[in-house]
Design a protein around this ligand. Structure first.
Ligand code: BGC
Length: 745
């Protein structure tokens, strides 16, 4: 690739150029004449400024909801605000680049890092990533969208090869990055540790140069994940700019530059990109800033209020009465010791942490009594005594709110989970408590999803609280008593059991490889296409009010289609609904999921209020990636657009007709006779050739007969090897005639 810029490259020696492309230390680059030091720190949901390889930081920061909680808000405007607040803290801490957001697809619920990721759906992940990056970068600092690409597990994460076909990459694992790159221009993209189809992401030219830069127009810096670079020279040649952390391998770079193995223009390219980065991602660019930690906490609370998903609410069990004499048993250690973020590089030294117990006690006074119910480490003897205490408390109370979830040791960056079950001691506690009262509400705290099928009948209501950051405890309390109305929706399907998840038989792979055998059928694309039951579908989430959908109209536009509908709050309290638009394609020439999310909008409505929503869809909303045609294809015909409250609660639908789009299939000698006849030029060429034959009438293709169908499926070249009259090279001649006709069209 030639030099892409017309900027003035600082006058540096080969050594300086060669060594610029790596960290000076753990968190910053080397200053060279003309290019200042650039600093970077984690992370996705708050700042973690540490001195070296350590995880724990003592620099106070606000812990916003991790991606699992913030993603479930389906509210890009709110996510943008959070991004800006993180950007402000980065500025105040002198950090030029925030290492986040992480937007990898949740391929399997077992991925230990799912709490740092957003969704099983690329549009939801991409919208989140775009909003976060826009917010962070509005503060003059840069973001680093990560981990590019196909990093969907922690097992063997530094080398495992994700074996994924190109269609699956283009339709599922890449579009979230594409959306962020095209719409939010992140200052940097962080490449992942793993290999993709055998080649390390850090030295994968197809990913880092072809897709990222040529196809999507990325003009920022590609930074490696920490320790992801295996061969620095190969990495830089492939399109990596900055190897992090530290400066190991500089001697190899210098030798390669001196020998010509690493051409100088490649180094100049790196220098130009880093120079540009130093200008655009600068903690001091917008001047000094002071942080109002109370205001940041208020925002963390607003964000946390919109993340929890009300999975079920039998007979309006929630909200709990805020006034009156109802006695409430709060049971479960999570109420007192909240789990509000996950372990690993994203761990924020939270400025302050609210507990649900503290907040509920404040709201409800001495009507609230507490029992811890279980230990996080599951010590059997202690758990039995705690369960007995909780049972007595539940028996004496009108309602029991059970705070269950995954202790910290169950999930983290660095390893995957082996199961999606809640810990046995907590399930035993639920059984014990529900034996003495039917008035049980379960509140969950977990990063990766948990199975609910085996125990949900014991709870009248379930509020899935994910991990919600430092204000999560207050948010849960306010939702439980109806001071706020739940409006989170599932960004991932909750399966009936682990064994039914689409990646189950392939995850996490073995012998250094993980095969993405389920292809594009990830999450609801799999369950809904196969018609399998799920415990709670993608997009699901109840409210304390009800919404009605009406007046759908769909129409074709120049670039795609326009969807218009009205949502009305028909209940008694104010609330928010995430209206979702799914596209079905029954006439497609290749297999496709029964439907796919193509748009969504969160609307906030007072009781009785309506809002008319318009969602514009471009042609990509209808297209699939064709490996054979190497591009995005829209097949001509009718597409169904459905609107509703989840992937399984579609209330309205309409059809729209679109014309064919995308590169045509080029015929070869390996194309079938059917393909040749289906192509107008191919058919003409073939018919012309047949007409030359003395017994032309014998070559009639009737695909209504079994014989005809069998014949139609044979590739042209293969067929001609069986036709005695066919001269040597006949197939090549036909292909040449076809190409000539195509060119002359
Ligand atoms: C993680 C990244 C993180 C980096 C720096 C790596 O282990 O995968 O997400 O930004 O460390 O802490």
């Amino acid at each position: 690739m030639p030099r892409e810029d017309d900027e003035v490259i600082p006058d540096l020696t080969i050594e300086q150029k060669a060594t610029l492309a790596s960290g000076a230390d753990f968190w910053s680059t080397k200053p060279v004449p003309g290019i200042r030091r650039i600093t970077m720190n984690d992370g996705p949901h708050g700042m973690r400024v540490v001195g070296d390889i350590g995880i724990k930081s003592d620099k106070k920061a606000t812990c916003f909801p991790p991606a699992v909680g913030l993603g479930a808000t389906w509210n890009p405007a709110l996510q943008r605000e959070v991004g800006a607040a993180i950007g402000r803290e980065a500025r105040a801490l002198g950090v030029d680049i925030v290492l986040g957001p992480g937007i990898n697809i949740k391929r399997s619920p077992l991925c230990g890092r799912n709490f740092e990721y957003v969704s099983e759906d690329p549009l939801v992940a991409g919208s989140f990533g775009q909003a976060l990056v826009e917010g962070i970068q509005s503060q003059g600092v840069g973001a680093s969208v990560k981990h590019f690409a196909a990093n969907n597990q922690e097992t063997d994460r530094m080398q495992v090869s994700a074996e994924v076909d190109e269609r699956t990459l283009r339709e599922i694992y890449l579009p979230a990055f594409e959306q962020v790159v095209k719409n939010a221009a992140p200052a940097t993209v962080m490449c992942s540790y793993n290999r993709v189809n055998g080649v390390y992401a850090s030295q994968n030219e197809w990913l880092l140069s072809k897709v990222l830069r040529d196809d999507w127009g990325f003009d920022g810096v590609v930074v490696s994940d920490w320790g992801a670079v295996v061969d620095r020279v190969e990495a830089v040649k492939a399109g990596l700019d900055l190897k992090m952390p530290t400066a190991t391998g500089d001697d190899r770079m210098i030798a390669a530059a001196e020998s010509g193995e690493l051409p100088e223009f490649v180094l100049d390219r790196v220098v130009a990109r880093l120079q540009k980065l130093a200008d655009r991602a600068d903690a001091s660019r917008l001047g000094p800033v002071t942080i109002d930690f109370d205001a940041q906490h208020e925002l963390a609370l607003r964000a946390a209020l919109e993340g929890p998903v009300l999975l079920k609410n039998e007979n309006g069990a929630l909200p709990l009465p805020e006034t009156g004499s109802t006695r409430i048993a709060v049971v479960g250690e999570f109420a007192r010791t909240p789990r509000f973020q996950g372990s690993g590089s994203s761990q924020v030294p939270a400025a302050k942490v609210d507990s649900a117990l503290g907040e509920l006690s404040e709201l409800l006074g001495d009507r609230v009594r507490f029992a811890p119910g279980f230990t996080f480490d599951g010590s059997a003897e202690a758990d039995e005594a705690l369960a007995r205490e909780a049972r007595s408390l539940a028996a004496e109370s009108d309602w029991t709110v059970l705070f269950l979830g995954l202790p910290d040791s169950y999930e983290s960056e660095g390893f995957d989970r082996a199961s999606i079950d809640l810990p046995a001691n907590q399930l035993a506690l639920l059984e014990t408590v529900s034996a003495v009262t039917r008035r049980v509400v379960v509140v969950l705290s977990n990063g990766g999803l948990v199975e609910t099928e085996s125990w949900e009948f014991r709870a009248r209501a379930i509020l899935e609280g994910w991990l919600l950051g430092q204000a999560g405890g207050a948010a849960l309390a306010q939702l439980l008593v109806g001071r706020a109305n739940p409006s989170g929706k599932l960004t991932e399907s909750i399966p009936v059991k682990l064994e039914e998840t689409p990646a189950y038989i392939n995850f996490p792979g073995c012998d250094g490889q993980v095969v993405y055998g389920e292809r594009i059928y990830v999450g609801y694309r799999y369950y809904d296409t196969r018609g399998l039951p799920v415990s709670y579908p993608f997009g699901h989430g109840l409210s304390y009010t009800e919404f009605e959908y009406s007046g759908l109209s769909v129409s074709a536009t120049d670039s795609g289609a326009s969807v218009v509908f009205t949502v009305t709050n028909v209940g008694e309290v104010a609330g928010a609904e995430v209206a979702q638009v799914y596209r079905g394609d029954r006439h497609s020439k290749i297999d496709r999921p029964v439907h796919e999310l193509v748009g969504f909008r969160k609307v906030f409505l007072e009781p009785g209020e309506s809002e008319t929503v318009t969602i514009e869809l471009d042609s990509r909303a209808f297209a699939y990636w064709s490996i054979a045609r190497h591009g995005w294809i829209v097949d001509e015909g009718l597409f169904t657009l459905s609107v509703g409250a989840s992937s399984r609660d579609l209330r309205l639908s309409g059809d729209v007709r679109l014309a064919a789009q995308g590169p045509a299939l080029k015929l070869t000698q390996f194309s079938s006779i059917a393909d040749w006849f289906a192509d107008p030029i191919g058919a003409q060429v073939l018919q012309g050739a047949i007409a030359q034959l003395p017994d032309a009438h014998a070559f009639q293709l009737d695909v209504t007969t079994n014989e005809g169908k069998m014949f139609a499926a044979i590739p042209l070249g293969h067929l001609l090897t069986m036709v005695p009259q066919a001269p040597t090279g006949a197939a090549q001649q036909l292909v040449a005639a076809y190409e000539q006709a195509l060119a002359g069209r």
